[in-house]
Design a protein around this ligand. Sequence first.
Ligand SMILES: [Zn+2]
Ligand SMILES: [Zn+2]
Length: 135
Amino acid sequence: MPELSGKCLCGNIEYSADTEIKLMANCHCSDCRAATGAAYSTLVFIDKDALQVTGTPGVFHHKADSGADMEKHFCPDCGSQLFGKNSNRPNMMSIRVGGLDQTSLVKPAVNVYLSSKIESTPVDPELKGFEKMPG
Ligand SMILES: [Zn+2]
Ligand SMILES: [Zn+2]
């Protein structure tokens, strides 16, 4: 059993990664909200080379407000958002936790982009919070 595994809604795309989690964050940015259709997105960051994918995700490219080139990887059949890449962190891949099997591992350490949070979204005051994306 790999450390991390998961799949999209229809199951045509599956992934696994035997690796450590580098960072876990709740992102409240408007891009994550629009892409996921949710109030915020919880992201697990891992070494991109550790990710093994079965199936072929679609890739949507866009610019972040930082100017970085962003990629959103999704299932072309069911539309589930799966992974993301940021040209400022070329060695990292983010996994959206919605499709992750190991839900007990989901323990976000920070909230980012609180400046664009939906007002009614509750935020854990124990976690560090950032107005934008730190560093
Ligand atoms: Zn799918
Ligand atoms: Zn975001």
